[in-house]
Design a binder for this molecule. Structure first.
Ligand code: 5GP
Ligand code: ZN
Length: 134
């Protein structure tokens, strides 16, 4: 994709601090880290989101995701793994990517808040999710 910033990082048209690279997958530092060491793991093939990802490419990227997470785990206190799909979920770059975010005791980041289900809401949404499974 010619206008995709991550494709340009893959082709080395724009620089990035590369952490790991193989034929299928690239890992590099996020330019605006949530914490120092925040790494992005991307398949080299351009697919917009998790719904578009071919299973074999996704599986290979997940193994690299774990490799990077294990490395970051050695220099931090914990790891968050994130993956945003669509604008409503804050996906700003439309090339599938995982965020691997090192966490540190008392790093000041807040966990996202938890809501409470009212009466039948849980059963009803669970039913809808089960119906839509493919
Ligand atoms: P999203 O919100 O799409 O899940 O996250 C996109 C991430 O890509 C953001 O955390 C942002 O900082 C990172 N990013 C955007 N442009 C660049 C870039 O040119 N280089 C690098 N290394 N990271 C980028
Ligand atoms: Zn791309």
């Amino acid at each position: 994709m010619s206008d995709c910033i991550f494709c340009k990082i893959i082709s080395k048209e724009i620089p990035a601090e590369i952490i790991y690279e193989d034929d299928n997958t690239l890992a590099f530092l996020d330019i605006n880290p949530i914490n120092v060491g925040h790494t992005l793991v991307i398949p080299k093939a351009h697919h917009e989101n998790i719904f578009d990802m071919p299973e074999d490419i996704l599986s290979k990227a997940v193994l690299v995701l774990r490799k990077v997470a294990k490395s970051l785990d050695k220099i931090s206190d914990g790891i968050n793994i994130g993956q945003n799909n669509r604008l409503a979920a804050n996906q700003l770059v439309n090339h599938f990517h995982f965020h691997v975010i090192p966490r540190f005791e008392n790093d000041g980041l807040k966990h996202w808040p938890g809501k409470i289900y009212n009466e039948s809401e849980g059963k009803s949404v669970a039913e809808k999710i089960r119906e839509n499974l493919e």
